[in-house]
Design a protein around this ligand. Structure first.
Ligand SMILES: Nc1ncnc2c1ncn2[C@@H]1O[C@H](COP(=O)(O)OP(=O)(O)OP(=O)(O)O)[C@@H](O)[C@H]1O
Length: 389
């Protein structure tokens, strides 16, 4: 099968006005199949937009290769550089970029008017523009001007314009960030349904992990220009490749430890901890587990990773209650569907299965960011970390 988009060894540096060089994309590689919905996810400044713009041809990389549908559109080794309008793709921007003096229909028709070949008769352009507008459910607004539309309707107009060319690949740069939460959720579902129905390949930039989880067939997590992991939402969540991915997606409890062969586990401030994952190559390790993987009980369970704890805080969060617990110098968050089982001050037993304990190489330094978090003793090496997105 021909790949829809293939990126290899892609690098792009910028020079800031003070002369500092920024590597916005650092040796990135991703292979995308036709019909996939790929989400580029990462915090602000990690290089998502730059990567998208290099695929579109709006930014020229320094080195590497990009091919679309088997054809190189950029290749540094033989200086291939295909201009944006000759790449077989469409792009939808955060700002929608609608022409205010043109009707909705003419905005949507615009890409058909400006394309070089093959030329299309005006009547056919109008028919396709209307069809695209009907696809996104606003055929009746074709005679309106953008200023007369709601945010959600403007977003649909921009989507129709991205669809009108029938491009096999559509790039989305945070297109849902300008509408309120409720409309956003609705538009997200509509976009996904449209993509599934029409079958185009979508490459979608966001810093919102919920949005990524909902839309993506696969997520590419970026950090400082590097692609840290590409995987399905479940793979990224359950088997993160790096501590960065584990802490960026979802919520984690974290503690540092050192490998102790005599215990076949890690020695930590929370007590000995065992994990089913491979031991890190370095002696020091970052040990992480998710709040929903901890179990709180009133009596001592059998098995490893069992700790006697004090409940210090409870927080009702609808689907689950968050229990903050403390033992020795360590603290952790536990999410449980048993809402009123424990109160602050209660003694309880915490257990975490070794299968749910993730281990990554530590750098010897203690994470500090979350140590100042409420309910975490300042001298503790056990930290709570919350997703950044
Ligand atoms: N034209 C430019 N000149 C200099 N630096 C740039 C330029 N464009 C981007 N950068 C830098 O490259 C890095 C990546 O920027 P990019 O816009 O790709 O990040 P992003 O992940 O899309 O961020 P955000 O989510 O905030 O849009 C940042 O450090 C940014 O400051």
């Amino acid at each position: 099968m021909q790949h829809a988009v293939q990126i290899e060894g892609l690098t792009k540096e910028f020079t800031r006005r003070d002369g500092t060089r920024i590597r916005a994309i650092d040796d990135a590689a991703i292979t995308i199949d036709p019909g996939e919905f790929i989400v580029l996810l990462g915090p602000s400044g990690c290089g998502k937009t730059t990567l998208l713009r290099t695929i579109a041809g709006l930014e020229n990389p320094d080195s590497g290769r990009i091919s679309i549908d088997g054809r190189d559109v950029f290749a540094s080794h033989n200086r291939t550089l295909v201009p944006p309008e000759q790449r077989d793709l469409s792009m939808m921007f955060q700002s929608y970029a609608l022409w205010p003096h043109m009707t909705v229909r003419n905005n949507v028709r615009y890409p058909l008017e400006t394309r070089r070949r093959p030329r299309i008769a005006r009547k056919e352009m109008d028919r396709r523009a209307l069809e695209a507008l009907e696809t996104v459910g606003i055929g009746e607004l074709s005679g309106q001007y953008p200023g007369q539309l709601s945010g959600g309707q403007q977003q649909r107009t921009a989507l129709a314009r991205a669809l009108v060319n029938g491009s096999p690949v559509i790039l989305f740069d945070e297109p849902l960030s300008n509408v309120d939460a409720q409309v956003r959720e609705q538009l997200r579902a509509e976009l996904l349904a449209t993509q599934r129905r029409l079958g185009f390949t979508a490459i979608f930039v966001t810093h919102d992990q919920n949005e990524a989880m909902e839309l993506a067939t696969r997520i590419a997590v970026l950090d400082q220009g590097k692609v840290q992991q590409v995987g399905t939402p479940a793979e990224i969540y359950r088997n993160p490749a790096t501590a960065y991915v584990a802490t960026f997606i979802g919520t984690t409890n974290e503690i540092s430890g050192t490998w102790d062969p005599s215990q076949s586990g890690f020695s930590t401030d929370a007590g000995p901890i065992r994990s089913s994952s491979l031991t890190p190559e370095t002696a020091s390790a970052r040990i992480l587990w998710r709040p929903e993987d901890g179990k709180l009980e009133s009596s001592r369970p059998s098995g490893p990773n069992t700790f006697e704890v004090t409940v210090t805080k409870t927080l009702f969060l609808g689907l689950h209650t968050e229990y903050v617990v403390r033992w020795g110098k360590a603290s952790a968050r536990i999410w449980s569907s048993e809402h009123h089982r424990f109160c602050p001050g209660d003694q309880a037993w915490l257990s975490v299965s070794p299968e749910d304990v993730m281990v990554f190489p530590g750098d010897g330094a203690q994470p500090t960011e979350a140590e100042a978090a409420e309910d975490t003793p300042p001298q503790s090496s056990a930290v709570l970390s919350e997703a950044a997105g």
